[in-house]
Ligand binder design. Structure first.
Ligand SMILES: *Cc1c(COP(=O)(O)O)cnc(C)c1O
Length: 384
């Protein structure tokens, strides 16, 4: 068994690498050519295994896929041009008209938008709170998939993955998790019985806010099906050059996560002392016994709630920050801040159970001292 650090750095650098290049080359090609027609015909019979066309398999992309599969302790991985490309591929490949999907926990917005869209094709869904005790009651005869996030979007609530997997297995339902928050370094859902793990590689794995990608990991038969439909026909292909950038990101992933974890811990400790903060959402401060086995560490994305939740105060606080830049996404080297609050959506947030004064921080790599002093000056400005 390799260590994660080994997989991220040295494992898989192909021995056959022609010039002994320590960094594997980028196969920046759309097609592969053949010696004779027979070889071409044979290769085309199985585009899953052979290099024919880059909207199939490409060595640079495959190199990354092998590493991610090893990290997740899964049989196979397929990469995509974005996280949403990966999620769409899973739904389109494994669901059909008449099926029902159960979503558990707070789910990434566009994933739920996609579920809404699929109702046009007679695929129905329900969204459940992160409460495993309600799961069995919510299962219908046509429930085909349980799709979850843990930690969930925005409120970072956690779910007992082993329990969910056990219940799903009893009912022969496929389980899929969006594992982006933890990365495979901090959570390995397949080892807890979940069937499919999904990532947006755009976040921590890429890690430098300069590339987009997605990945799906699971047993060979499932990934082969997802390849055939969701990858080949939806066409969200990861480019060889982007695969190279993500492979490069992967090399420092364990190291970066350590720094994110250390900083977020300090930032949270600091926020716990602020009377302007009423609540903090991060799995490291949740008391759940299953967490010590389930999560191997904690990344740097979390939320907190301002005591005065008015748009004016939230806006003032966010705009006062200087190190934390205002922007979507997360998981890069830079600290970021956003809030789902707009000047007209308080009721919608309340309906979703999201506190109005919520602010989300992605704690970057600048070090907790700078991050805390930026937050402190923004709290001072709130008082003015
Ligand atoms: C960003 C994100 C996605 C979508 O990934 P893209 O690469 O932006 O398409 C999916 N799930 C979660 C939890 C995300 O944060």
């Amino acid at each position: 068994m390799y260590t994660d650090e080994e997989i991220c750095s040295s494992i898989g650098n192909r021995e056959s690498n022609e010039y002994g290049a320590v960094s594997p080359p980028i196969y920046q090609t759309s097609i592969f050519t053949f010696e004779d027609f027979r070889a071409f015909v044979d290769a085309q019979k199985n585009e899953r295994e052979n290099y024919v066309y880059t909207r199939g398999v490409n060595p640079s992309v495959q190199f990354l896929e092998e590493k991610i599969a090893l990290l997740e302790r899964g049989e196979k991985c397929k990469c995509f041009g974005s996280g949403m490309g990966a999620i769409s591929a899973v739904f389109h490949s494994l669901l059909e008209s008449g099926d029902h999907v159960l979503f558990m926990n707070n789910i990434y917005g566009p994933t739920l938008e996609l579920a809404k869209h699929l109702s046009k094709f007679n695929i129905e869904y329900d969204v459940l709170e992160p409460d495993v005790f309600k799961l069995e009651e919510a299962i219908k005869p046509n429930t085909k998939m349980i799709y979850l996030e843990s930690p969930g979007t925005m409120l970072m609530k956690v779910l007992d993955l082993r329990k969910v997997a056990d219940i799903a297995k009893k009912h022969r339902i496929i389980t899929a998790i969006d594992n982006t928050w933890s990365t495979p370094i901090y959570q390995k859902p397949l080892t807890l019985g979940i069937d499919i793990s999904i990532h947006s590689l755009t976040k921590y794995i890429g890690g430098h806010s300069d590339v987009m990608g997605g990945a799906v990991i699971g047993q060979k038969s499932l990934i082969d099906r997802i390849f055939k439909i969701g990858h080949q026909l939806n066409g969200a292909v990861l480019s060889p050059n982007d695969a190279f950038l993500i492979t490069r990101g992967l090399r420092t992933l364990p190291l970066r996560l350590k720094q994110h974890q250390e900083s977020v811990k300090k930032v949270i400790e600091y926020l716990q002392t602020k009377e302007d903060v009423t609540k903090i959402y991060h799995p490291s401060i949740e008391e759940k016994d299953f967490l010590s086995e389930q999560m191997l560490g904690y990344s740097g994305l979390f939320s907190f709630v301002l005591k005065d939740p008015s748009f004016a105060k939230v806006s003032k606080f966010i705009s006062s920050l200087q190190l934390f830049k205002i922007g979507v996404s997360w998981g890069g080297y830079e600290s970021l801040v956003i809030s789902p609050l707009k000047d007209n959506n308080e009721e919608i947030l309340e309906m979703q159970g999201i506190p109005i004064g919520i602010i989300r921080l992605s704690v970057g790599l600048e070090g907790s001292e700078l991050q805390i002093s930026d937050l402190e000056q923004a709290f001072q400005k709130l008082k003015e």
